[in-house]
Design a protein around this ligand. Structure first.
Ligand SMILES: [Zn+2]
Length: 303
């Protein structure tokens, strides 16, 4: 399979190996389907338990995952997944791919397509028929994306990430609240209201033991959620997350750059040149200095 075909089919994962005759037509569930066959390998062969790198092959097993349809025909990916044995610690593991979640029959791409269709307010039955899946599958995808299961009020992570985001107009001030496990990145809950009083009531539903477990509250610099520490998470301290620090630095740096630009006299040819450079190479100024290629821009004598 050449690179362009891989891109077209979204099979760019380098762990996938395809032979010359990778496509066949097969009958599946009384329908003719596209069957793409390949092999899934682990290029590094590194043991996830101990980090040993010279693991040996230990047979294969076959999985079949459903991909988004191609040319109105259901399409499946049949993979021979390689298994490996670690000679150091004796554990076995198999090759994985980012295309499919473990123990799941649908590819991530197909799940996203179903989720997008659900957003369009189409009937579940119609979506199921369109993607050649059962209505139950559509329901499961909906559940996995909306996190509609009840949160566990007896458990909270050590590092809790909180933030707000603009959502539907039915929410208070059009803003919602989201909290997630900072380490596993798993969403814990989404609330339609970000006001402190509502949040206190919400978090008080968690057991005292669970709340005491929270050691770090990760948030942006402007948020007023610090108040939650006193009442809800007495053992926690506030951590400003990296994303917001970088965002803040970038914004401040850009404001400074624009301020400097505006002080330059544009009728003066030398200053006008400096103005153009500051305006044109803004990306370059934000770049990590270790990533800069000095040779390439040397002749420009950038400021
Ligand atoms: Zn090992």
């Amino acid at each position: 399979m050449d690179n362009n075909t891989r891109k077209l089919l979204n099979l760019t994962d380098e762990s996938l190996v395809f032979e010359e005759n990778w496509l066949s037509r097969e009958a599946r569930h009384h329908r003719s389907v596209n069957m793409i066959s390949g092999r899934l390998v682990e290029p590094n062969k590194q043991c996830p338990q101990c980090g040993f790198t010279e693991c040996v092959e230990n047979g294969t097993y076959q999985t079949i995952s459903q991909l988004p349809e191609v040319e109105r025909r259901p399409t499946y990916l049949k993979l021979k997944r390689e298994r490996y044995l670690c000679k150091n610690c004796g554990s076995t593991f198999s090759a994985t791919t980012s295309l499919v979640d473990d123990y799941c029959q649908l590819s991530k791409q197909l799940k996203y397509q179903i989720a997008f269709d659900l957003k369009e307010n189409r009937a579940r039955k119609e979506i199921a028929e369109f993607h050649h899946v059962s209505e139950n599958t559509v329901q499961r995808v909906l559940m996995s994306f909306t996190n509609s299961c009840q949160p566990n009020y007896h458990s909270l992570p050590t590092a809790l990430s909180v933030d707000e985001f603009s959502s539907t107009s039915s929410c208070h001030a059009g803003m919602s609240f989201i909290c997630a496990d900072a380490q596993s990145k798993k969403i814990i809950d989404i609330l339609p209201d970000r006001r402190l009083s509502v949040l206190v009531v919400y978090f008080m539903k968690y057991s005292r033991k669970a709340r005491l477990k929270v050691k770090f509250l990760v948030m942006d610099m402007n948020a007023s959620y610090g108040q939650l520490l006193k009442t809800v998470f007495p053992n926690a301290e506030i951590v400003t997350d990296r994303f917001h620090i970088i965002q803040h630095i970038n914004r401040s740096f850009n404001l400074l750059r624009i301020k400097e630009m505006n002080q330059l006299k544009r009728h003066d040819p030398i200053e006008a040149k400096q103005y153009r450079r500051l305006k044109r190479y803004w990306r370059l100024l934000l770049k990590d200095s270790s990533d800069l290629n000095y040779k390439r821009f040397y002749s420009l004598k950038l400021i």
